[in-house]
Design a protein around this ligand. Structure first.
Ligand code: IMP
Length: 201
């Protein structure tokens, strides 16, 4: 039997990524647009966990199905971990993902420390009587320039995965989905669902 879940996002790139990771486990993922919902989430200034919970609770006003809400961000060590929890807002303030990446590259000019990491916290809601949280991370570096690959979204073109020698945007979708912060958080969600007998694969 299939397990159905609502992903609390309007971002089609995220829906595709999560769908690709969960489909082999018999999980059907619906994005908000599949439910004709268009929610403008008001994120707080706190943590990824707090923002994921805000998104899950908002969507729970419309459905009693299991909900998965994620909040993610890019933390750059030399920039005091900015844009971090404000990654999405920062992109909007800059005007586009390209402009945000150009600004980051300019802020990092001359800096030897290029260390960065993507973090993703997922909130699973409407499953137990309390929200459940799962976090995944991937460490990398900020590239010297924008690498426009075939795939990816957001900050992918500047996030260099050292062991692959490529940015997220240059990796195939399959490769990104094996190692990304979101995939790592989703692996923990899958373990929880399996242990609790909600999925079998
Ligand atoms: P939110 O989690 O929807 O609030 O988005 C966080 C921000 O980080 C967005 O602007 C995304 O574009 C960016 N982001 C999150 N995950 C990724 C990723 O895997 N690649 C590139 N950018 C990402």
């Amino acid at each position: 039997m299939n397990y159905e879940i609502i992903l609390a996002t309007n971002n089609k790139g995220k829906v595709k990524e999560v769908r690709d990771v969960l489909a082999p486990h018999g999980i059907i993922v619906y994005g908000l647009s599949d439910l004709n919902l268009d929610i403008d989430f008001i994120e707080g200034d706190g943590s990824y966990l707090e923002n994921a919970a805000i998104k899950a609770k908002e969507v729970s006003k419309y459905t009693s199905y299991p909900i998965l809400a994620d909040d993610s961000g890019l933390e750059i060590e030399a920039l005091d971990n900015r844009p971090g929890v404000h990654s999405s807002r920062y992109m909007k303030e800059c005007g586009s993902n390209i402009k945000a990446m150009e600004q980051i590259l300019s802020d990092l000019e001359g800096s030897k420390n290029r260390k960065a990491k993507f973090i993703c916290t997922m909130c699973l809601y409407n499953v137990e009587d309390k929200p459940l949280y799962f976090t995944g991370e991937i460490e990398g570096e900020i590239a010297g320039e924008i690498h426009n690959g075939e795939n990816g979204f957001g900050y992918d073109p500047i996030f260099l995965v050292k062991e692959k020698g490529m940015t997220f945007s240059e990796l195939s979708e399959e490769e990104k989905n094996k190692i990304s912060h979101r995939a790592r958080a989703l692996t923990k969600v899958l373990t929880y669902l399996r242990i609790n007998g909600l999925i079998s694969k």
